[in-house]
Design a protein around this ligand. Structure first.
Ligand code: DX5
Ligand code: ZN
Length: 223
């Protein structure tokens, strides 16, 4: 089991002050920056682009956890990977591309960690031929696209099953949970086997005066 990490979902930050947000998160000890890239087709929302990622990567030393909620991610991974390094991870949804195994292999070949993002209704069987070769699973606990949604508790059984698969075949696999993650939902997620907590509006992004250090610690203490 890996140490518990908090991955701050920067799309939930103040868009007029993203640089300030990153500095504040770095001082607060955020372990990862969760960077949502959304194309408005795979999910209804359109979120941050490659240029924004490039500028953010220059601004902070915190590793990035890039969530590609988009169709045809294969068209963009080379450019995205060129901005990232071996500490960063790129997550792809199996439903978003025809050849998921090839996309994940290419991400690894480009020197970046590879992750599989799994929607609430997607079965963990999709990992059967992938789990040995990936670094992280992003278990969506809401349907991707928007902050402020309600936790889908049926995902807990899936997280348990993924952790069991990982214990047998890839013990270092990190399992992130993404969506309505807070003091109420964290205990069940960690008990099921999650070790990366995506922090959004439910936990740390509570306005410019929020004390991120205190709120991140509160997440970790809620286990
Ligand atoms: C959802 C996003 C996350 C997260 C937001 O697609 O990936 O940023 O849900 O956090 P919450 O759910 O706490 O507002
Ligand atoms: Zn996300």
């Amino acid at each position: 089991m890996n140490d518990l990490k908090v991955s701050a979902s920067i799309m939930c930050g103040n868009p007029m002050k993203f640089g300030w947000e990153l500095d504040k998160l770095e001082k607060a000890g955020a372990d990862l920056i969760h960077f949502d890239m959304m194309d408005g087709h795979y999910v209804e929302n359109i979120a941050m682009g490659i240029y924004m990622l490039e500028q953010m990567k220059k601004r902070t030393s915190i590793p990035f956890d890039v969530h590609l909620a988009m169709f045809h991610p294969e068209k963009h991974i080379e450019k995205i990977a060129s901005i990232l390094d071996e500490n960063d991870c790129i997550h792809v949804h199996p439903e978003s591309t025809v050849h998921i195994h090839r996309v994940l292999r290419d991400i690894k070949r480009m020197g970046v960690k590879a992750g599989v993002a799994i929607n609430p209704a997607t079965n963990e069987d999709c990992l059967e031929y992938l789990i040995d070769d990936i670094d992280m699973v992003l278990a969506m606990t809401v349907s991707p696209g928007f902050a402020g949604q309600k936790f889908i508790k049926q995902t807990l059984g899936k997280i348990e099953n993924i952790r069991k698969m990982a214990d047998d075949r890839n013990p270092d696999l990190m399992i992130a949970v993404d969506g309505n993650i807070n003091a109420e939902t964290i205990p069940g997620c960690v008990k099921a086997g999650a070790d990366v907590l995506v922090a959004g509006t439910s936990s740390i992004f509570k306005g410019d005066d929020a004390d991120y250090k205190e709120l991140i610690q509160k997440m970790k203490d809620s286990v």
